[in-house]
Design a protein around this ligand. Structure first.
Ligand code: MGD
Ligand code: MGD
Ligand code: MO
Length: 768
């Protein structure tokens, strides 16, 4: 546990708070030049407010009483990126072959500008060439009709609206498959599976008001300052009224240390920051199960002494499994707990002190828990801890996974799922007069395996940069060109679009901030935030090109070209008025979406509800289940000598594989991203030197050579036994078969690697 002043003077460190003038400066740096800046600022004014568009960056809640500016530094970057004046049209592709583009950096591909025309890959000239929409739909539809539906995949990245997602899933099921993975399969699928099993809800249980009355927040592996900065406002308010915050994170993330609200003139002028964390515990990657076990062990000892610590009434009436958990915790040695977590028995005792004093506790988490081999076990441990004192189903308590994309949670709500048991198939069958497929579809990991072994013949991506976001991409890259059909709906060019064979199509779409004009007039769409509230969103800007289609229009175009006509499939009517699609959603999910059209612009969004808040448990046992973890470490294997656990990080200047720039301001790093962070003590112990060139080599024991070279070693404040590098550059090092055992979410925070010094003459940047 460290005080900021104890920061090692040899390691880079951003000593300013999150927010403040730094975020204003960063926003100004990303604004376009001239009049384009004014027009983007006008769009930002309406962002995340009723009547405006919902941000395309993170999924954090939108309050009923918005701030004057209800956007953050990174939300602004996303909007500025969407509304760039640059265009990437047919003339761009006439100048560049696809093979040449394959060598470009992620940033440079996207920086070419907004895609404007539908394109077909022409193998003879190795170029994308312009086609008409009709040609594209007819050719793709014809190809799909000739394929076995179960050999095709309809992937969704978490941005597409509820309306688009509903139609996309319907199209897949009428066509004949449940291969509907989405980006959630790379992030919070662990949540969907683990929370469902333990408490019967696949999503978090908190609403914004809970942050107004909680008195302790436990933060595990979620980087609020970069990835959901608007969450810093309720956090700051909570801290100001005396709520305590404890953070478990191997990296000292600035947003969880202190924050200056850029919208508070007094704070800005006096530069007075609010400290965020009361305790900051630099847990080892994968050490959360052991850390929480240590806290629970302290609490059990206290409960044994003073019988009133646990909420006995709650435990007796609502839970099962506590005695097994207690026995498992009692059997762990303190030595094991300390070595796996990297935290001392005393520090974990302090956490137990805070926990025992708090009446109302919230557990918040992100990718630091979900992206591990035992990710589900880590989540179960956090739920176990919360339940000891009845911290579920009371105001000011709950479990709060912070979701990723702006509608990733909502897509699952309206049927994007490879798990048919989560979808009301019988109701769909009734509504649309067809027999939906009942067999389980593919997760992201299974899709990659299918692309590798040739069983997946066609991949249609509704957004995303799939081939760059997955693990083991070095091995998978060549397999993409063997797909018979590869259709990408996108706004900007990315690396996946350059991995093409004969049947590749690039279909450009509108972004959420643009006017979506259909036969009945301008359309609104809806999305669900991390706290399960549904919001309407209206685009106000002129589209980047008049050749663009909206996402629903592309889905309808593809569906009509693929499926037989059927009186219940009124694609054109639905497209003409998205209100009709919302009526269909309300028909399929009457409990959650009643009066959908009437409620969609309710300030703060309307709540779809969660039975856990009433202490109703839709689990197998009908109770909230204490779950005993299968392992005391979240890693696949505890690293041996010379092996480090690699965590892959997002910088403050990226949204997933979209790299806006090369600054990671909140970590004090201004870099080309080809860096590996390691603690100064470990650098010394390994006989290496700060600034030296190194190669990372996979230490996963499967005989596959994975390496990333040309990295600069940077001394950084990290726990022993781990190194950190940026995603997606480091994805070549993450083995595909290392994934959460329950949900198949890749273990992006737990790849075993060796650090090898490079000698002069080594090939820089080579990956394999
Ligand atoms: N600006 C911006 N916003 C985003 C995104 C973006 O890329 N940029 N991405 C969006 C998406 S899709 C998602 S899913 C979310 C992701 O947002 P987060 O959930 O914050 O994900 P990461 O940044 O990958 O990592 C989270 C934190 O986990 C810590 N960590 C790593 N390993 C461990 C561990 O074993 N234990 C613990 N306790 N901590 C660990 C890391 O140090 C890091 O601070 O953000 C969304 N919002
Ligand atoms: N090593 C490592 N790998 C990871 C992670 C990690 O933490 N570490 N995180 C994982 C996670 S949590 C996620 S969610 C994935 C996601 O990773 P990505 O697939 O990169 O996610 P996106 O941000 O959706 O994809 C960006 C692309 O989507 C397209 N796009 C942008 N806006 C729109 C739109 O409005 N409509 C459409 N149709 N397309 C649009 C653009 O063309 C852009 O190039 O990466 C995963 N990969
Ligand atoms: Mo994500």
């Amino acid at each position: 546990m460290k005080d900021e002043r104890e920061q090692n003077p040899d390691t880079p460190f951003y000593e300013k708070p999150a927010g403040g003038w730094g975020s204003v400066g960063s926003l100004l740096r990303h604004l376009p030049k001239g009049p384009a800046a004014l027009s983007v600022l006008d769009t930002l004014r309406h962002q995340n407010k009723p009547g405006g568009h919902m941000c395309t960056s993170c999924s954090w809640a939108k309050p009923a009483k918005p701030h004057l500016f209800e956007f953050c530094e990174n939300g602004a970057k996303a909007t500025i990126w969407d509304h760039t004046p640059d265009r990437c049209g047919p003339d761009f592709f006439a100048r560049h072959t696809v093979s040449a583009l394959r060598g470009w950096r992620d940033h440079d591909l996207e920086a070419a500008g907004r895609l404007t025309h539908p394109l077909r890959y022409d193998a003879a000239s190795d170029r994308y060439v312009q086609v008409s929409w009709d040609t594209a739909f007819a050719a793709i539809g014809k190809k799909l009709r000739g394929l076995e539906p179960k050999s095709t995949v309809f992937y969704t990245s978490g941005r597409a609206s509820l309306e688009t997602s509903y139609l996309w899933a319907l199209f897949a099921r009428v066509y004949g498959h449940n291969n509907l993975p989405d980006s959630s399969n790379m992030c919070h699928e662990t949540t969907s599976v683990a929370l469902k099993a333990a408490i019967g809800s696949s999503v978090g249980t908190c609403v914004l008001e809970d942050f107004e009355s909680c008195d302790l927040i436990l933060f595990f592996g979620q980087n609020t300052g970069s990835n959901s900065p608007r969450f810093l406002h309720p956090l700051q308010q909570a801290r100001k009224r005396g709520c305590k915050v404890i953070t478990f994170n191997p990296v000292r993330e600035r947003g969880l240390i202190e924050f200056v609200n850029p919208q508070n003139p007094a704070e800005m002028l006096t530069r007075s920051a609010t400290p965020i964390s009361d305790l900051y515990l630099q847990v080892k990657p994968g050490g959360d199960i052991a850390a929480i076990a240590g806290v629970i062990r302290h609490l059990i000892a206290r409960q044994d002494a003073d019988k009133s610590l646990f909420d006995s009434a709650f435990l007796a009436e609502h839970t099962t499994g506590l005695s097994d958990l207690k026995a498992w915790v009692a059997a762990l040695e303190w030595d094991e707990i300390e070595s796996l977590s990297g935290l001392s028995r005393d520090d974990l005792g302090k956490v137990a002190d805070y926990y025992a004093r708090a009446e109302r506790v919230i557990g918040v988490y992100g990718m630091g828990l979900t992206q591990h081999v035992h990710g589900a076990d880590s989540i179960w441990m956090l739920v176990n801890l919360l339940m000891l004192r009845g911290n579920l189903g009371r105001p000011g308590t709950g479990i709060c996974p912070v979701r990723g994309h702006s509608n990733v949670q909502g897509q699952r709500t309206v049927g994007i799922s490879e798990k048919p048991e989560l979808v009301p198939l019988d109701r769909l069958a009734q509504q649309f007069g067809f027999e939906p497929p009942r067999d389980t579809g593919m997760t992201t990991v299974e899709v990659v395996q299918g692309v590798l072994d040739g069983t997946v013949k066609a991949f249609l991506g509704l957004g995303g940069n799939f081939a760059r976001a997955i693990p083991d991409q070095g091995c998978v890259d060549p397999a993409w060109s063997r797909l018979e059909l590869n259709v990408q709906m996108a706004t900007r060019l990315n690396r996946t679009h350059t991995l093409v064979g004969d049947g590749a199509w690039l279909l450009p779409c509108l972004v959420r901030g643009e006017v979506d004009m259909q036969a009945s007039g301008a359309q609104a769409v809806t999305m669900e935030d991390s706290l399960s509230h549904i919001h309407g969103s209206i685009g106000r800007r002129k589209p980047a090109a008049d050749t663009l289609l909206s996402e629903p229009a592309i889905v309808v175009g593809l569906a009509k070209a693929t499926l037989d006509e059927h009186p219940d499939l009124r694609w054109d009517e639905w497209l003409a008025d998205y209100g009709r699609i919302r009526d269909l959603i309300a028909g399929t999910y009457p409990d959650k979406f009643r009066d959908f059209n009437a409620r969609m612009f309710q300030p703060g969004g309307f709540y779809k509800g969660n039975p856990v808040r009433q202490r109703e448990w839709k689990t197998e046992s009908g109770k909230a289940e204490f779950r005993t973890p299968a392992s005391s470490s979240a890693l696949g294997a505890v690293p041996g000598r010379g092996v480090y656990t690699l965590i892959t990080l997002r910088s403050n200047d990226q949204f997933n594989t979209t790299v806006y720039g090369y600054r990671d301001r909140l970590r004090g790093l201004d870099t080309d991203r080809m860096v590996v962070l390691m603690s100064p003590a470990e650098i010394g112990a390994a006989g290496l030197q700060d600034g030296q060139r190194v190669t990372l080599e996979s230490a996963h024991d499967d005989g596959v050579a994975r390496r990333l070279s040309g990295l600069r070693l940077v001394a950084y404040d990290l726990p022993a036994g781990c190194v950190a590098a940026y995603y997606p550059e480091a994805n070549v090092l993450v083995p595909l078969d290392l994934h959460d055992l329950a949900s198949k979410t890749p273990a992006y925070k737990g790849a075993p690697v060796r650090v090898v010094a490079e000698t002069k003459g080594d090939d820089p940047g080579a990956g394999s």
